[in-house]
Design a protein around this ligand. Sequence first.
Ligand code: HAM
Length: 427
Amino acid sequence: MSDKELTKLPGFRDFPPEDFARRSYIQGAWRRVAQRYGFQEYDGPPLESLDLYVEKSGDEIVGQLYNFVDKGDRDVALRPEMTPSLARILAKRSRGMSKPIKWFSMPQLFRYERAQRGRLREHFQWNVDIIGESSVAADAEVLAIAIDGLRELGLTDKDFAARVSDRRLLTALLLGIGVREENLGATFGVIDKIERLPAEKAEQLLVEEAGLENTEIEALKSLLSSTRIDDVTREFGDDSRVAEELHRFRQYTDMLESMGLGDFVELDLRIVRGLAYYTGIVFELFDRKRDLRAICGGGRYDRLLELVGGDPQPAVGFGMGDVVLGELLKEMNLVPEYERSLDYFLVAVSGEEYPAALRLAHQLRDQGHSVAYGLRQQGVTKQMKAAAREGANTVLIIGPDELANGTVLVRDMTSGEQREVQRQEFE
Ligand code: HAM
């Protein structure tokens, strides 16, 4: 045998049962919430052609791709996000489908990132998307699902908030303060990074990369610090394009208010989202303490289906990762203790009762109960310990007397009470 230690790759996780239970707990909540909103579950392949991501996802994700040439000389990549696959799946298929299409998925995704707190090289991501509906109600519905996904896990408006913005509104505002059309893209790029940059560096980039003048930078700073739609309206609402965008944005936040979710929602024009395909309202969910990276991000992307060769379709959705969320749940003590559980454990006192125990065990399994027993002959004490280890609620004991009488001793593991019952009663 080789003495080389086989370790797992950095940024990847094993899921022994305790960790798998945590993952299932989160995914169970996600699935329940999506179904509660009438969404259907789908999936796609984990490996896609490289072309699907180049240009559509944006430079950041393309730089993080796990890509290679397969044995058939195809350029392929492990999926780093689900949205391009969804667009590809629906590109042609959506034509004959009634709208809106409301789909969700929980794929494992792969990004070659520097592994750090909240960032790994694989993660599971809850994707919820509405295709074929341009109304702002679809944007509100999608954010409500993201918020409810976290509420379902016990988090409240004290723990997290959604920072929302709109690329169309920001475009109108930037044009309004004098940013030239050709500088919009670069300005968005700097805004996307602005929170992670020292103030001087941000200003330098706004001048050098985005070509902004000092007066524009001052106006931009005031814009980005606005947290209330009323303030933006007062300051910039005279511009008719801005007013139009503000009207839609207000409808959006009013709907969330009507749903009782207003306390979770904050205007933040610094949210533009790094991915290339967003076209409208965008949002990210963060922990209130701002210790962690974004838990979730999403928005409207009305051009993506067209970009992958399909019919133009309005679309809006989000991705919520399990890594940052897992950190937050742990911090808030919201992860349930892992416990094994079993309906019955059968104890055969000696080898003689083993056939009767097997028979009873399989009758109970056929009835849908979870049942286990020792897989080798051991003393009763050891078998009882095994029953406790497996989390048995009830232990069924068959000894020589019970074997002869057609009975079984039923021991309730919580109360310790024991009674003798005819084995037939379990049939
Ligand atoms: P994203 O912002 O790239 O969006 O990812 C969404 C969430 O996935 C992030 O907020 C984060 O919680 C999690 N995530 C991303 N990368 C990693 C990583 N390396 N390790 C751990 N967690 C990670 C998208 O992927 C869009 N496709 C979402 C979307 C769906 N937009 C519309 N529909």
